[in-house]
Design a binder for this molecule. Structure first.
Ligand code: HDQ
Ligand code: MN
Ligand code: MN
Ligand code: MN
Length: 305
């Protein structure tokens, strides 16, 4: 295996400062060494730089549209290059709006792909259903063919074309879904495993059903988009929108171990680590350490040694 790391120190998809420090904190805690100890080759492409937008007035409710569009265009090109260099892409966030560019660039390189979205939230609001205007709550709607008519062309987004089919997406960890998002998920028949199903089925069965569901549609490369807020705040508190009742550390790692074993994992985002949202240094350490262990699980680390 080989990993191509891209840092996306981006925060304009939401309104809390600090998430732009995620990439550096994850690197500083030893991601590269951890991957190398697994026998994984690692190329670190560094952090993308995102220029400040002077005028980026809200568009209706939508905040920082131009900044989010420009950043994701850059990220798309970067992820495409990492894939064309033959690596499994590792995108370090930054807020979850960066999944727009990450998945778009991944698809530009590999064509059709499937998406496993691990998150407390569905992030599938459209520009018209969002209640907050934060684009980190909307990335999935920008990527789905079926929602093309619901996403207007926005400034700095003319480069973006939908590239994912709703039937190729699986959500795991949902526990804070807006009414409009719930409607969209039902209308499109998207496969979801909320925390209720995680409790009901257990994580092993959730992963079995996830992989059966995805492989029934052909063995497409898998894009894992992992929002650290999927993990319970008792374990990963340093994040922008924590929600109680999340995945245990063990469940979170099991998900990545299982996806690694498919051999189809082609890109992973690890987003929403926000050091400023920890109340203590231990809060930050625990959150960052969990993020690293999730990523190591993607590259073959198994707890049996
Ligand atoms: N759906 C949301 C949106 O802003 O659109 C609203 N929600 C916060 C809201 C607080 C009050 C109770 C209902 N939830 C956050 C979510 C986005 C999370 C983005 B992610 O990347 O962290 O997943
Ligand atoms: Mn998210
Ligand atoms: Mn979330
Ligand atoms: Mn968040």
């Amino acid at each position: 295996r080989s990993a191509g790391i891209v840092g996306a120190p981006f925060s304009k998809g939401q309104s809390r400062g600090g998430v732009e420090d995620g990439p550096e904190r994850i690197r500083a805690a030893g991601l590269q060494r951890g991957l190398q100890e697994l026998g994984c080759a690692v190329k670190d492409y560094g952090n993308l730089t995102f220029e400040d937008m002077s005028r980026d007035e809200p568009l209706g409710l939508l905040k920082s549209v131009r900044a989010v569009g420009a950043a994701n265009q850059k990220l798309s090109q970067a992820v495409r290059a990492v894939k064309e260099d033959g690596h499994t892409a590792v995108v370090l966030g930054g807020d979850h709006s960066l999944a727009i560019g990450s998945i778009h660039g991944h698809s530009a390189a590999v064509g059709e792909l499937s998406v496993v979205w691990v998150d407390a939230h569905a992030d599938i609001n459209t520009p018209l259903t969002t209640c907050t205007g934060n684009i980190h709550g909307q990335p999935v709607s920008y990527l789905l063919h079926e929602l093309r008519s619901k996403v207007p062309v926005l400034p700095n987004f003319s480069w973006l074309k939908p590239c994912v089919s709703a039937a190729d997406v699986v959500f795991i960890g949902l526990r804070d879904v807006d009414p409009a998002e719930h409607y969209i998920l039902k209308m499109l028949g998207v496969k979801t495993f909320s925390m209720s199903e995680v409790d009901q089925l257990g994580v092993a069965r959730v992963m079995e059903e996830t992989c059966d569901y995805l492989s029934a549609r052909g063995k497409k490369p898998i894009h894992l988009s992992y929002d650290i807020d999927a993990i319970d705040p008792s374990v990963a508190p340093a994040t922008g929108t924590p929600v109680v009742g999340g995945l245990t550390y063990r469940e979170g790692v099991y998900i990545t171990e299982h996806l690694c074993q498919t051999g189809l994992l082609s890109a992973v985002d690890l987003v929403e680590v926000n050091p400023l949202r920890g109340q203590t240094e231990e809060d930050v350490r625990s959150t960052v350490s969990t993020a690293i262990d999730l990523l190591l699980g993607c590259f073959g680390r198994v707890r049996e040694g």
